[in-house]
Design a protein around this ligand. Structure first.
Ligand code: NAG
Ligand code: NAG
Ligand code: NAG
Ligand code: NAG
Ligand code: NAG
Length: 398
């Protein structure tokens, strides 16, 4: 293990020496937590079949999730050290800021990352001591303006109407045996294809949907988590998901749910305002070399939508904000021009790296995809001017 890390480090040092005219100056990661037990305690309401049991409470990080997070933490710290941003060995606590939302899964993910990245170093993981969502990470509507409500609802409706999930819904009717579920008996929701969908818009709440999209989202999320957790294939969707094609049929439900709830241009700025402001202050201030913020897919989605990240694909993944995935904001200094540049990458583990709990080594690296900002022109290496980006970021919350 130590041998492999050292080898990786040497490799990174060699690679970075080859491109020495650009120096890495600052990194801020906005991360989703790693594998958790399904959130929905009402899965039994959605299907009367026997759901797999989990060793942790609903919504808690699993032991495997922590293991995967330690691995990606170790990979990222080697990359930071290889590029000279952090020293080998323990970094100075003053250079590092690790901050997680209040949920168990976000705290424990941050802790696991730090354990993997800065093993045996005394690095603090901050999170508010509260059972409520930390306001910085809480993607809720705060502004009670009626105009805003109408504008956001119209975005949500447009996005909802653009989804085409009929085939997935039809298959899920059968897979969960909806006709024999309590939701059918009690509420008359016996067919996801025809059940009504309501948009939910309340002040101090997350924008939401209630209907087939949210019901099937809970179901597919539970399938996906069991798959990542490495459960026997017969225990994933009761053996009904056997191929990449099956996942490609069902995972648009997860994307669609996030698209309606967190991808709107106006909506995203409203719900992500505190986090955008927080990220801006860290990037502008420059006092921390490395920041890790651990939140939720809703945070990543709304921040990307607000900034205007161009549509992207993540190879070997079905999700657009995969479990444990990280948006990595990087500030590079170009010695030739004296200018600072921004690079944004998505760093994530592939579906099979997650399911198989694969070690990350130089021959099995996590995936990296460069993201582009709509209004920031990039050079041929995917970097845009830092100051231009800060202006764009500032306009998202001001
Ligand atoms: C760890 O760091 C904290 C604050 O940064 C400090 O209070 C504590 O004494 C340190 N512990 C060790 C063992 O160095
Ligand atoms: C967190 O808050 C609770 C209740 O207010 C308190 O009992 C507990 O000591 C606090 N924990 C820490 C680590 O400050
Ligand atoms: C609330 O939204 C309205 C409509 O977009 C806007 O005019 C107003 O400035 C916003 N209020 C605050 C406090 O942001
Ligand atoms: C749900 O399953 C239980 C036994 O597992 C059975 O007694 C009950 O009748 C089932 N409910 C429906 C609505 O089919
Ligand atoms: C989010 O919205 C943008 C347009 O604003 C669109 O191009 C993109 O496909 C949407 N993302 C998803 C996952 O639907």
């Amino acid at each position: 293990m130590a041998g492999k890390s050292t080898l990786l480090l040497v490799l990174c040092l060699l690679l970075s020496a080859a491109a020495k005219d650009r120096d890495l100056k600052q990194v801020l990661i906005l991360s989703r937590h790693n594998i958790r037990a399904p959130l929905s305690s009402n899965l039994r309401y959605l299907s009367n079949k026997t759901w797999p049991t989990w060793e942790v409470e609903p919504g808690f990080l699993t032991a495997k999730g922590a293991l995967l997070e330690r691995q990606i933490g170790n990979y990222i710290s080697n990359w930071l050290i290889g590029n000279g941003l952090l020293p080998a060995g323990c970094p100075d606590q003053n250079d590092i800021h690790v901050y997680a939302n209040t949920k168990q899964r976000t705290r424990k993910t941050a802790k696991a990352f730090v354990d993997g990245a800065f093993q045996n170093c005394n690095i603090t993981v901050y999170s508010k001591n509260s059972t409520k969502m930390d306001p910085i990470f809480n993607p809720i509507i705060r502004n009670s303006s009626l105009d805003l409500k109408l504008a956001i609802l119209s975005e949500m409706e447009r996005s909802l109407n653009s989804l085409n999930l009929r085939n997935a819904y039809a298959k899920l009717n059968d897979i969960v045996d909806l006709e024999h579920a309590d939701i059918c008996r009690i509420e008359g929701v016996c067919d996801f294809q025809t059940a009504r969908e309501d948009l939910v818009y309340d002040i101090d709440d997350e924008p939401n949907v209630r209907g087939p999209l949210s019901f099937t989202n809970s179901i597919v999320d539970a399938f996906l988590m069991s798959y990542y957790e490495g459960m026997q294939i017969d225990d994933v969707a009761w053996g009904h998901i056997n191929s990449p094609e099956d996942w490609k049929l069902f995972t648009p439900i997860i994307r669609g749910n996030l698209d309606v709830r967190f991808n709107g241009t106006i909506l995203s700025k409203e719900v992500a305002k505190p986090l955008l402001n927080y990220v801006y202050n860290i990037l502008k201030d420059d006092s921390k070399k490395f920041t890790l913020l651990v939140g939720h897919d809703s945070n990543l989605y709304s921040v990307m939508a607000a900034i205007g990240i161009k549509p992207y694909n993540l190879p070997e993944q079905y999700e657009l904000t995969p479990i444990g995935g990280k948006i990595v904001f990087q500030k590079w200094h170009d010695a030739r021009t004296g200018k600072s540049l921004l690079k944004i990458e998505y760093i994530y583990q592939s579906t099979s790296q997650l399911r198989n709990g694969e070690m990350l080594t130089e021959s099995n690296l996590p995936k990296r995809v460069t993201l582009a900002v709509k209004n920031c022109d990039v050079d041929n290496e995917g970097l845009c001017p830092w100051d231009e980006f800060l202006e764009i970021l500032k306009h998202t919350f001001e």
